[in-house]
Design a binder for this molecule. Structure first.
Ligand SMILES: Nc1ncnc2c1ncn2[C@@H]1O[C@H](COP(=O)(O)OP(=O)(O)OP(=O)(O)O)[C@@H](O)[C@H]1O
Length: 360
């Protein structure tokens, strides 16, 4: 069980004739021993670069990486004792599953044959590979390849485990099963783990804490609930949540409201000085259909009735952005229907229009 710490970690890619790329711009992060941290962000935000620097597959431009309190930046990858399960599996096609697993151990040190065989059996049992130990990678399903890749990372008994988009090549059914297995294995073995993903569902369901990244920087670090319930800025609010949060430009009024248009106003969650330009964020599940007296008049553009709930798209008079509203399963709406909607001020987010930072 080991703590992992990143201090002011930076990476600038420099290639002759091309402008430098600041892929990672000063990351500070401490993982508690046994913690599973999800590194979540859109393509190009620097997730893989961070992972590769920790693994020792990429040099660092600045900062430090500490495993169990000791700096590892000057050590080559083989001497870091960090297990990586890659997105593309990186298995050796001519070798069987058992040989792929053993390869990791043998490459590391001259291991005793009996010892290697025992370790292969142990890990195969843990990760449910016993029946396919003699198969070759080409004959395996994506889920099985994923488990072999994970087992190969685990067999070295690493101090830190790095998982690169572990579920991205799996279909929906396999993803659910593998996600549960991954969580169980990580809990049982207690590895300090970073899981890199662009899939919010994967991060929200697996991680103890999530670091949301954008442009090489961490935007917010917190538990899945903190990230979802109190997003630090517009980017995090918009990136996490499905269907996405409704974002509405507004101007604050003297009586504690935000004006969306000449006729549409919503109560603010916090007192703010009048005349301030803000961005309101309201999740579709925090909007509801209401009676005529209480709500804002709206017009239905479309309604998707789903099994457990529906999603109505509505417009408010004078407001450009359409709003998504989660509806109860029994609700039936048609294009052009007139409805009224309300928002609970306690669940409304308010951000500075210019910086995007939360004002709560
Ligand atoms: N070897 C490289 N040389 C130059 N630029 C690179 C190199 N590798 C990555 N980059 C750039 O660094 C930035 C971060 O890339 P990185 O792959 O770390 O992001 P990512 O969040 O993992 O994205 P993805 O999910 O698409 O892999 C991007 O702008 C990318 O184009």
């Amino acid at each position: 069980m080991t703590e992992l710490e990143l201090r002011e970690l930076r990476k600038t890619y420099r290639a002759r004739g091309r402008p430098p790329v600041d892929a990672v711009r000063g990351i500070d992060l401490t993982l508690r021993s046994g913690e599973l941290l999800g590194l979540l962000g859109p393509s190009g935000c620097g997730k893989s670069t961070t992972l590769r620097m920790i693994a020792g597959l990429e040099t660092v431009t600045g900062g430090d990486i500490l495993v169990g309190g000791s700096s590892v930046v000057s050590r080559p990858a083989q001497q870091r004792n960090i297990g990586v399960a890659f997105e593309n599996y990186a298995l050796y096609p001519p070798l069987t599953v058992a040989e792929n697993l053993a390869f990791g151990l043998k490459a590391r040190k001259r291991a005793d044959r009996g010892d290697v065989a025992r370790k292969v059996r142990e890990i195969a049992d843990r990760v449910d590979l016993t029946t396919i130990l003699d198969a070759h990678p080409a004959g395996l399903s994506s889920g099985q390849k994923q488990r072999v890749s994970l087992a190969r990372a685990l067999i070295r008994e690493p101090d830190v485990l790095l998982l690169d988009e572990p579920l991205s090549h799996l279909d929906a059914a396999q993803r659910d099963t593998t996600r549960r297995e991954l969580k169980r294995i990580q809990r049982d073995l207690g590895h300090t783990t970073i899981l890199v993903t662009h899939d919010q569902e994967e991060a929200l369901s697996l991680a103890d804490r999530i670091a949301v990244m954008k442009d090489g920087m961490i935007q917010q670090l917190g538990t899945p609930y903190e990230i979802y319930d109190t997003p630090a800025n517009v980017f995090v609010a918009d990136f996490v949540g499905e269907p996405a949060i409704n974002l509405l430009p507004a101007v604050t009024t003297a009586d504690g409201h935000a004006r969306l248009s000449d006729t549409a106003r919503l109560a603010l969650p916090v007192p703010l000085a009048a005349g301030r330009e803000v961005m309101l964020g309201i999740r579709p599940e925090d909007l509801s259909l209401a009676g005529e007296e209480e709500g804002l008049p709206a017009r239905v553009v479309a309604h998707e009735p789903l099994l457990e709930s529906g999603i109505a798209t509505v417009t408010l008079p004078g407001v450009d952005n359409p709003l998504a509203v989660l509806t109860a399963p029994e609700v039936r709406l048609a294009h052009d229907d007139r409805v009224h909607i309300t928002a609970d001020p306690g669940l409304t987010h308010v951000f500075d229009a210019e910086t995007g930072d939360s004002l709560r």
